[in-house]
Design a protein. Structure first.
Length: 265
């Protein structure tokens, strides 16, 4: 096994560890890990990430379900517009994106660069969500919205999830609080079942357009799940709130690095 492969599996363990400790956000590290460490192109990386996110979220769902923090009725209802958008974006939209969008001087915006730049933008949003204080979150969550807007939001979040291969939990949680009026803990747990369904259905769309290395994907996911179980155990002794804020800053730095890296390729 090569050094980069070993680093990749260690990275998978770290992703799971973060998910277990913080309760979310770790999946956003999967795509950069697959692209910059293991050398996969962004289309394959985002597809693989959906499988990793889906399988790891399933473990998280089971854990939250045991504690009574999953509302299946709300989760399944909200999943419909989202998983439809995820599947369609992975099956038809991503494969048909042009290989080159435009040229400006010596810079060429290719499909791969475009995906990574959009991914970096979503990482910036995720980092703000994790860094934001509880007071600021409450002010945002007091704003009510009608159901049809939530349906549209589900379509938008599903499309974003399909494009970047991330779970989108940081986007689903506010929507569940606003529309379904779920308590925060239940919204977090319920978001996991949505992420599980969306990610695995989105990946099924990819299976029809790419050749999957199942040995690598299952072994990588196994290391992530192992990390989650370790993280859940350690979370009893470590403050998740402080870790979440610290991870938010790490995500912000990584997003800026991706932007720098893609502009200088």
């Amino acid at each position: 096994m090569e050094l980069l492969q070993i680093l990749g599996y260690i990275g998978a363990l770290v992703v799971g560890l973060v998910l277990g400790l913080v309760g979310g956000g770790g999946s956003i590290l999967t795509v950069p890990l697959l692209v910059y460490v293991l050398g996969y192109n962004p289309v394959i990386a985002t597809a693989y990430s959906l499988f990793v996110v889906g399988s790891s979220s399933l473990v998280g769902t089971i854990q939250k379900m045991r504690k009574g923090f999953v509302d299946f009725k709300v989760g399944l209802a909200f999943s419909f517009p989202s998983f439809l958008a995820v599947y369609l974006s992975r099956r038809y939209f991503v494969p048909n994106l042009p290989e080159t969008f435009f040229n400006v001087g010596s810079f060429t915006l290719t499909k791969n660069i475009g995906i990574m730049m959009f991914f970096a933008f979503i990482m910036l949003l995720a980092s703000i969500s994790m860094i934001r204080t509880k007071k600021e979150e409450k002010e945002l969550l007091n704003i009510k919205q009608p159901y049809y807007l939530t349906f549209i939001q589900g379509l938008i979040i599903g499309t974003i999830t399909g494009l970047i291969g991330a779970g989108g939990g940081f986007l689903y949680v506010p929507a569940l609080v606003l529309w379904a009026k779920l308590p925060m803990k239940k919204a977090v747990g319920t978001s996991l079942i949505i992420v599980t369904i969306n990610s695995l259905i989105g990946f099924s769309g990819d299976m029809q357009t790419i050749q999957v290395d199942w040995f690598f994907l299952i072994s990588f996911s196994a290391f992530t799940i192992m990390g989650i179980l370790i993280g859940i155990y350690l979370s009893k002794y470590i403050s998740g709130k402080k870790l979440k804020k610290g991870f938010g800053w790490l995500t912000l730095i990584m997003a800026l690095y991706i932007i720098y890296k893609e502009f200088n390729t």
